[in-house]
Design a protein around this ligand. Sequence first.
Ligand SMILES: [Zn+2]
Length: 269
Amino acid sequence: MEFSSLELCIFVMLFLSIGSFVSTLIYRFSPKNNLSLYKLFIERSNCDQCKSQINSYHLIPIFGYIFQAGKCKKCNHKISIFYPITEIFFCLLGIGIIYTYGLSIFSAYLIMLSIGFYTLFFLDFKYLYLPLSINLSIFLIGFSGNVFFSFSLDETITFFNLSPITFSLSGFLIGYSFLFITNFLYKKISTENGIGGGDFILFGGIGSIFGPFSLGPILFISSLTGIIFHIAKKGKNSTEIPFGSFLILGSVIYFFIKRYELFKNYLVI
Ligand SMILES: [Zn+2]
């Protein structure tokens, strides 16, 4: 879709605000905050350090950060660069999606999915934490996308005689139980959890989006990128890998490979 300059302005403001919402979501869901619905939607934003309330005009995406020169006006505490980066990321992503798919339900679906994936990616990456409510929304987005709009349905559905509902639900069940069983067996051998419980639900949610046949390739890409990351990070002694983040990364890579038929002559996925 081509934009007029007015439309472009509106979209820039809209997606900067969505980015600002997402960074707040990540901040407020982080385990150091005791999250309540009041905190999530009603409470005014305040400084991380001195708890003083932030002026409304300092909350404007990007400009707020520039006006304050990246610091709290009261206590000079540095404001994380993660906020403006998230705002710019969603601005570019949102405009890219609308440019490619127009003002459609598919665009809205991709944007919702991006919000869920981005939030979970960074919560797991920073805190090894996958909140149940966001995990379940990933499942609901995947399920409704397939049942009502057939977003990920492909030729396998006729081949295996699946309905959109069974396609999505079997994706969830197989994803969830595969990691659950893997962890169960691992626990038998090593007496500790190898995979977090949030990962089971997330992998199930991914199955509900892309269907049961996507799970093998996604798990392969996720494990491969996770292992590369772990090796690259060697030296800093960390044993835990944010596996949920890599499941999300794997899904995004899978989406692009499938959508744009990359490596078409080499891969069958
Ligand atoms: Zn402050």
